[in-house]
Design a protein around this ligand. Structure first.
Ligand code: HEM
Length: 155
């Protein structure tokens, strides 16, 4: 899988997670799963906390994708410095966001913490978006170089 597909896939999953988070908040189901890190039946979802369960499952998948994207970006020889930086900030933000999500539960949806959760979500989204844009630019650059290489040299 290319770094471009990975970073845009991560962006798509994160966007869905933010959408689900907004739904959790606006429909008032944030404390239907009152435990942390797992819900009452462990990994088994139940109808009374299915939305919160989906939010946590998407959060875990997003965290894994953001960290994998960072690892591949840092390993890439072609990735620009800015892309490496945004991917590292995104990984830090996702770890902070998952931790803060847990604190939001433990502190019973304290309004400042929920606001912080939304704000950090925006920072995370911006960093993942910038990483994806850099990966797109990187691919365009690689393609242009490849096309130039394949052009027959003039006599
Ligand atoms: C990458 C990880 C995460 C992202 C991007 C994220 C994003 C969001 C967003 C955007 C909201 C809506 C906030 C609002 O409308 O004010 C939200 C709500 C919520 N999130 Fe997360 N979240 C993440 C992880 C977690 C985790 C791990 C938990 C832990 C259990 C969690 C618990 C909650 C709860 C309880 C709410 C509802 C708060 C309320 O009722 O007002 N989140 N999340």
């Amino acid at each position: 899988m290319s770094l471009q597909a990975l970073s845009f896939g991560t962006l798509g999953v994160l966007f869905s997670l933010i959408f689900i988070g907004g739904y959790v908040s606006s429909s008032g189901v944030g404390l239907t799963c009152p435990e942390w890190p797992l819900c009452p039946h462990g990994f088994i979802p139940a109808p009374n906390f299915v939305i919160e369960y989906i939010h946590r499952t998407f959060a875990a998948s997003t965290a894994a994708l953001v960290i994998i994207t960072m690892a591949f970006t840092l390993k890439s020889k072609n990735a620009p410095k800015q892309m490496k930086l945004t991917s590292v900030i995104a990984a830090g933000a996702v770890i902070g966001q998952v931790t803060l999500g847990g604190v939001v539960i433990v502190e019973r949806l304290h309004s400042l913490l929920v606001t912080g959760h939304l704000a950090l979500g925006l920072v995370l989204f911006s960093m993942v978006l910038m990483t994806a844009v850099h990966s797109w630019k990187m691919r365009e650059k690689d393609r242009a170089l490849e096309a130039r290489r394949q052009q027959p040299s003039s006599p």
